[in-house]
Design a protein around this ligand. Sequence first.
Ligand SMILES: [Zn+2]
Ligand SMILES: [Zn+2]
Length: 294
Amino acid sequence: MMSSSIPWTKIFFQSACPCGSGEIAYKCCWRGGGRWEKTPVGTIAVSKTSTKNAGCYLSPLGNCGTKITREHFISRNILERMTQSKLKFENAGHFFGGKQSVEISIDAFSAKVLCDNHNSALSALDTSAGLALTTIDALGMDIERVATGEPFRSFYISSGIDLERWMIKVYCGLVAAGKIRGQSGDVVGLESLSRNLLDSLIGTASLPQPLGLYMHTFVGQQRRSRGLSFGTIKLTDGSDGVGGLILSLGPINVVLVTSPLYGEAFSDPNWYRHQPLAWNVRQYGSRIAYLFTY
Ligand SMILES: [Zn+2]
Ligand SMILES: [Zn+2]
């Protein structure tokens, strides 16, 4: 959907598009009158086959290829730019053997969990999420710049729907690879990947509440402005189950709720489902905004 009008962003309509595509804005995400939309990837076209490859977590949907391929959850060049050489996972001992916090190499952030057919079909989501991660990183740099220099205007946009679906892909991949555990140490199994998650990853359905992407913002608080780390959220029902996946991207935290048992999202005022303006600050004469469209 097109955003509502953000009048001061009109100055960007002839610039390189704030989505990071490299196109000029009026040929890309500009919709006129200060309104914007990043066109989402949409339903993924998977070529038809009669194979269900047992090694592919999308095999319940059919149309698998015969080979299982290694999949990098986030493309290497983006990880290398955002993280040095290690990736951080923290929170509640849910990852990788029940430690409170663990660092893994970029190469270990991949797994053989998808067939070739599904892996290549989903690559459009990786491309879109790559743009989002890159522009959020640029937002972090601009936030650091505010206090130091001349007033400036900074505006970025990405598709919240694509980021949501890519987070589903990362979560499914981590589960399929046996990397997520409950606090008891039990590995979260493939049976926890509901049909809702798989269908919305492919784009044939949207997620029923409370599942989906939430923004967890701390406007006005001191935040880390750059970097990337993953965490899990615990269920709030007293069990040790996993409620979802957090991705901290410098100034923006996104949370994908993956369990229908998760209730926190409705009572905490800092949680916003499908929030369009994830960052919107006016400081020292500068303006900075980050827009997700859905
Ligand atoms: Zn664009
Ligand atoms: Zn498959």
